[in-house]
Write a protein that binds this ligand. Structure first.
Ligand code: NAD
Ligand code: UFG
Length: 338
C-alpha cells in the first residue's frame, strides 16, 4: 500500500521519499512546486531504480485529494507540504495560515472521509519559542512563537491533538525537527533554496562555491561558548530515516504522539564555519553583524523519547553533514536548474 507524501519534491520530503523507496515502500507524491522542482523526483527514480507516482497540485485541492485516494490504496500520509520562510511569514502571515493551517485541515478532513487514519506531520523546534529549559523535551513548554510560521506549526499541532481525541481511530505522529542540514551522499539531491538562502548551511555553501561574497554572522554576544547562536543540526538522511522509523514503530500510549528529531548536541555558528572549512578545504569569509530579530541564543533537543519508542537516533555527525552539503553544492551550483 503506497504512502502519500505531500511536499515530497522538497528538501526533507525528497530525502524521505528516497529512504522509503529504498526500504521497499511504494510512494505517491503530491507537490505544487511552490518551492521545488520535479527534477528531485526524477533523480530519486534514477538513484533507486523505482517509480514514484506523482500528482502536481495543492494539498488544499479537495477534488485532487479525492482522486488520489480513489486511484491509490493510501493508508498512511506523511505531510511535509508547507511554507517555511520565517521572514516571509512576518510579511505575509495570511499566506502562511492559509497554506500551512487551512490546507492541513482540508487534508485531515479528506483523509478521515476516505478512511485513512495514519498521519505523520512535519512540525518544528520553533514551537518551543524562546526555550526555558535546554535540552528540550517534548513536554517542555511550547508557545511564545516569534513569527507566523512558528505559530502555524503550533496551531496544526493543537488541531491534530484535538482531532485525535475526537476520533480514536486516528494514529498521529508529530515530529519536531531541529535544524536539518546536509544532503544525500550521492550529491544528486539536496537543499535548493529560492533566491538568497535564509538558513545558515545553504548560505555558507553558496559562499564556499563563490555565489555569495561573505557570511553575515548574526550576533556574537549571545550567552553561548563563543557568543554565536547554538543549534541542533541534524543530517537530513537521519531525519528521513526518522520518518521511516515513525511509520514502523508505534507506541500505544496515545493516538497522537510527539517526538523531537534532533541529535542532542548543540553547535555554534562558528563551529559550523570551522567544520565546513575542514570538509571543503575552502575559506569562508564572514563578518559579525547585529542579532537577527526573533533568533534565540540556543536550542537543542533531548532526543531520548524517539530513541526509546521509535528505536531511532541520529548517527551522522557535523563533519558528515558539512561534507555532504558541500558535495551537493559543488555538483549542483545552481541547484536543480539544468
Ligand atoms: P521545502 O520547501 O523544501 O519542501 C516543502 C515542499 O512542499 C515543497 O516541495 C513545496 O513545493 C511543497 N508545498 C508547499 N505548500 C504546498 C501545498 N499547499 N500543496 C502542495 N505542495 C506544497 O521545505 P522542507 O525544508 O523540505 O520542509 C518540509 C516540512 O518540514 C515543512 O512543513 C517545514 O515547515 C518543516 N520543517 C522544516 C525545517 C527546515 O529547517 N527545513 C525545520 C522544521 C520543520
Ligand atoms: N545564521 C547566521 N547567518 C545567516 C543565517 C543564520 O548567523 O546567514 C545563524 C542564526 O542566527 C542562528 C543559526 O545561524 O543562530 C541557525 O539559523 P538558521 O536560519 O539556519 O536556522 P534557525 O534555527 O533560525 O531556524 C531553522 C528553520 C526554522 C525551524 C528551526 C527549528 O529555519 O524553520 O530551524 O527547526 F523552525
Amino acid at each position: 500500500m503506497p504512502i502519500l507524501v505531500t511536499g515530497g519534491a522538497g528538501y526533507i520530503g525528497s530525502h524521505t521519499v528516497l529512504s522509503l523507496l529504498e526500504k521497499g515502500y511504494d510512494v505517491v507524491v503530491l507537490d505544487n512546486h511552490s518551492n521545488s522542482s520535479y527534477e528531485s523526483l526524477r533523480r530519486i527514480e534514477s538513484l533507486t531504480g523505482r517509480n514514484v507516482i506523482y500528482y502536481e497540485g495543492d494539498v488544499s485541492d479537495r477534488l485532487l485529494l479525492k482522486r488520489i485516494f480513489k486511484d491509490n490504496k493510501v493508508k498512511q500520509i506523511i505531510h511535509f507540504a508547507g511554507l517555511k520562510s520565517v521572514s516571509e511569514s512576518v510579511v505575509l502571515p495570511l499566506k502562511y495560515y492559509e497554506n500551512n493551517v487551512m490546507a492541513s485541515i482540508v487534508l485531515i478532513e479528506e483523509m478521515i472521509a476516505n478512511n485513512i487514519f495514519e498521519l505523520i506531520f512535519s512540525s518544528s523546534a520553533t514551537v518551543y519559542g524562546n526555550p526555558a529549559d535546554i535540552p528540550l523535551k517534548e513536554i517542555s513548554k511550547v508557545g511564545g512563537t516569534t513569527n507566523p510560521y512558528g505559530t502555524s506549526k503550533l496551531m496544526v499541532e493543537h488541531i491534530l491533538n484535538d482531532v485525535a481525541k475526537s476520533c480514536p481511530q486516528m494514529d498521529i505522529t508529530i515530529l519536531r525537527y531541529f535544524n536539518p542540514a546536509g544532503a544525500h551522499s550521492s550529491g544528486l539531491i539536496g537543499e535548493d533554496p529560492n533566491g538568497i538562502p535564509c538558513n545558515l548551511v545553504p548560505y555558507i555553501s553558496q559562499v564556499a562555491v563563490g555565489k555569495l561574497p561573505k557570511l553575515s554572522v548574526y550576533g556574537h554576544d549571545y550567552p553561548t561558548h563563543d557568543g554565536t547562536g547554538v543549534r541542533d543540526y541534524i543530517h537530513v538522511m537521519d531525519l528521513a530515516e526518522g520518518h521511516v522509523a515513525a511509520l514502523q514503530h508505534k507506541a500505544s500510549r496515545s493516538n497522537c504522539r510527539t517526538y523531537n528529531l534532533g541529535t542532542g548536541k548543540g553547535y555554534s555558528v562558528l563551529d559550523l564555519i570551522a567544520a565546513f572549512e575542514r570538509q571543503s578545504n575552502t575559506n569562508i569569509p564572514y563578518e559579525f553583524v547585529e542579532r537577527r530579530a526573533g533568533d534565540v541564543a540556543e536550542c537543542w533537543a533531548n532526543p531520548d523519547l524517539a530513541r526509546q519508542e521509535l528505536k531511532w537516533s541520529a548517527t551522522r555527525g557535523l563533519d558528515e553533514m558539512m561534507r555532504d552539503a558541500w558535495n551537493w553544492q559543488q555538483k549542483n551550483p545552481d541547484g536543480y536548474k539544468i
